[in-house]
Design a protein around this ligand. Sequence first.
Ligand SMILES: Nc1nc2c(ncn2[C@@H]2O[C@H](COP(=O)(O)OP(=O)(O)O)[C@@H](O)[C@H]2O)c(=O)[nH]1
Ligand SMILES: [Mg+2]
Length: 342
Amino acid sequence: MSDLGARILAGDQRAAARAMRNVDDRMPGHLELLKEIFPSTGRAFVVGVTGNPGAGKSTLTDRLIERYRAGGRTVGVICVDPSSPYTGGAILGDRIRMTRHATDAGVFIRSVATRGHLGGLSRSARDMVRVLDAYGCDVVIVETVGVGQDELEITRTAHSTLVVMAPGMGDEIQAIKAGILETADVFAVNKADRDGADSTMRDLELMIALGTETMVASGKNRAHVVHGGVKVDMIPSGPETPDQERWTPPIAKCIATRGEGIAELVEALDRHRAWLDGTQAGRARRHLRLAEELRESLRETLIEAATHALGGEIERAVSDVEAKTIDPYTATEQLLTAFRAR
Ligand SMILES: Nc1nc2c(ncn2[C@@H]2O[C@H](COP(=O)(O)OP(=O)(O)O)[C@@H](O)[C@H]2O)c(=O)[nH]1
Ligand SMILES: [Mg+2]
């Protein structure tokens, strides 16, 4: 065990902070560190928080921290912003919203730096979560800035995904379009002090009910998404999942600015966690998520290895395809053959 690894496991905050930077920057040796700490991970409950900018994710996260702390749980927070550097201010704002916890040793807030590594944000987030897990956080919250594909992918690294909506933002419609309904484990209708919160609640309830019915009626055992080119199961439940095992996302009505509805939200998240641990369907989903990670990791490693081994051959193949002396399909096959021969 390295010195850094040992210090993280001993709960040294500065060591954890350094490790998170190393992991985010993919510094030499970061994989060795992740290998070392992996056996000590798996204890933390990881919550992904997503929803449109302005819905109140950071304010809610701040309240969640407060609630978890009151219950004696330590909390790590990772703020992820895939669209930076332009929206760097968003993260700054988020962190300012949570600064009142900065002096609490049981709270650890970090941002994922956005140095533009392609498709690597979810991996960075996942690996940083593991550092916080090994360090000893009971709960790790991963907050994204929006609800695009990148964000949905990031929340898939969490155990439970909380989707935050606010009245009057057209969130309900967007939820259908973006496939958020399938991703959400728990909903929060925030800003319940505003007009329209009740109708947002009703719309959402209806959509959840319809969504469940449609899946059952169509006899679909699983919903699928194409994830990194691989078709992946979204919800490991369906007609043959016993009723008591099927998870229906609860909706918590909140006023984050006043701290209202937070107890119910924490309770809903805890119930989802119990579902993941205590049911066949829940365990199947955890298995699925690990399978996804491994596939993604394999894909990334293979591409890196191939790029490294083939070097300029790839660029030459591009020129050949451009000149139409070869088609892209044959070119791919030839590159693969050349790679295998190395
Ligand atoms: N009226 C009202 N405003 C809220 C509530 N929760 C958050 N806000 C405000 O909404 C704005 C955006 O909140 P923020 O947490 O930064 O949203 P995020 O972009 O989703 O992280 C801030 O000005 C908050 O003070 C709420 O429950 N009611
Ligand atoms: Mg925010």
